[in-house]
Write a protein that binds this ligand. Structure first.
Ligand code: RET
Length: 298
């Protein structure tokens, strides 16, 4: 009963948090600091929407069975473009210029857009990545279930810490979130490494670089989150957290999507050389980005 009655309070606290005391939102910014973030968000909108156009249209350049992976990339960056548009507007509403300084207006900067974006896009990115692994059909589903479950926990644990104005709360939720994060990266690294032997030669280098990009881009998120906890406070924390997440998002979505595209092109070329130009529906019931060579050879 007590728990039930405190749940709405918790929900309200999560929505109506006071922005003023947040560890990652300072009360005032110089115009260059405000503009750095403003322009960062604007750049992200351009990167997301232009890559969405590219991924939608690039489907025609790859074999039938790789098109769904490109479509997933296009959907990921479209969702992100929409959220960056909302984040950009929220940022503009959160501060106003007074006597040459950007000061909080009282309209809270809405960090929830970012977390909702991750909730939608991270599972889709995992689907894209697992598609590259060329796993036997029966292994794909359990692996995806574990990874998607862990990614939801990672994001859900991160949010209460993100919006908290308390150092310890941020540290505790951040640590909890790091457990599923480490699990995801470990599993993906191991599985991507194992998948190398199933790849044709012209794809192996791309998968190696993609594996590195995954590690580097995902690694930026906890680093940005941790800044207010390691003595980087005030304006530097705000700028560091927002720019860090934005850079990581551009690397993890459009740039990562370009790797998926490059792999799809390389595999289409491989298929052409094998005399299996555009695949068939039977070859590609799912997001079958890489399993074709193994199948073609067997
Ligand atoms: C949080 C909280 C602090 C600890 C960790 C985090 C990790 C976040 C990650 C987000 C990845 C997002 C991606 C989005 C692409 O669409 C939540 C910041 C570990 C890894 C890849």
């Amino acid at each position: 009963m007590i728990i039930a009655s405190s749940l709405p309070d918790l929900a309200l606290a999560l929505i109506n948090d006071d922005n003023i005391n947040r560890l990652s939102t300072v009360p005032s910014l110089s115009s260059s600091q405000f503009n750095l973030i403003y322009n960062g968000f604007s750049f992200a909108i351009a990167a997301m929407f232009s890559s969405a156009l590219f991924f939608f249209s690039a489907q025609a350049q790859v074999g039938q069975k790789y098109r769904l992976a490109l479509l997933v990339s296009a959907i990921v960056v479209s969702i992100a473009g929409y959220h960056y548009f909302r984040i950009f507007n929220s940022w503009s509403e959160a501060y106003s210029l007074q006597n040459g300084v950007y000061t909080l207006t009282g309209v809270p900067f809405n960090d929830a857009y970012r977390y909702v974006d991750w909730l939608l896009t991270v599972p889709l990115l995992l689907v894209e990545t697992v598609a590259v692994l060329a796993l036997p059909g029966t292994e794909t589903k359990p692996l995806l279930t574990k990874l998607v479950g862990a990614s939801i926990l990672m994001i859900a644990f991160g949010y209460p810490g993100e919006i908290s104005n308390d150092f310890t709360t941020r540290a505790i939720w951040g640590t909890l979130s790091t457990i599923p994060f480490a699990y995801i990266l470990y599993v993906l690294w191991v599985e991507l490494s194992k998948s190398l032997e199933r790849q044709p030669e012209n794809v192996q280098g791309l998968v190696r670089s993609m594996r590195l990009l995954l590690l580097l881009s995902w690694g930026v998120y906890p680093i940005a989150y941790i800044l207010p906890l390691i003595g980087i406070t005030g304006t530097s924390a705000t700028v560091g957290v927002q720019l860090g997440y934005t850079i990581a998002d551009v690397l993890a979505k459009p740039i990562f999507g370009l790797y998926i595209f490059a792999i799809a092109v390389a595999k289409t070329k491989f298929d052409l050389e094998q005399g299996n130009a555009f695949g068939t529906e039977q070859d590609a019931p799912e997001l079958d980005l890489v399993s074709s060579p193994a199948k073609a050879q067997s």
